[in-house]
Design a binder for this molecule. Structure first.
Ligand SMILES: [Zn+2]
Length: 138
């Protein structure tokens, strides 16, 4: 995909492992070793039980469309105008967490709630970002 603009992350101590894994083509999620809760985005403690220093698991990178929005108007200036039209999605990952991302691919405007998705890492600057495509196999 060409000409992708995105606001790049500023990794923190909590999120650095996530972003480094994206650059290796892996989608990491945190998993609490106290209660087993799997969650996204990266945090210092489990949002369910409060246990500190959660571990990491590698996601399959698969999930379904929970919701989406096709963006046709930019309110944020020329860099975003160059991206129109694009599609923002909420993905329910197979491991449980819901993740905000961007849907890419020529078929993205046919997306329906419940469609199977797969992660697709897109390099912007020096960071690979976890975007999604409609999965070839449903
Ligand atoms: Zn927990």
């Amino acid at each position: 995909m060409e000409n992708i603009f995105a606001v790049l992350p500023t990794p923190t101590a909590e999120s650095r492992p996530f972003w480094e894994a994206c650059n290796r083509g892996e989608l990491l999620l945190q998993k609490c070793d106290g209660c087993g809760h799997v969650f996204y985005y990266p945090r210092q403690m489990c949002p369910q039980c409060g246990k500190r220093e959660p571990g990491w698991i590698t996601s399959t990178g698969r999930g379904i469309v929970y919701s989406y929005s096709h963006i046709a108007v930019s309110f944020y200036g020329a860099q975003w105008e160059s991206q129109i039209p694009y599609t923002v999605i909420l993905v329910d990952l197979d491991e449980g967490p819901r993740m905000l991302s961007r849907l890419i691919g020529d078929d993205r405007e046919r997306a329906k709630i419940g469609d199977r998705l797969e992660v697709n890492f897109v390099e912007v600057g020096k960071q690979k970002l976890p975007f999604f495509r409609i999965a070839a196999v449903k």
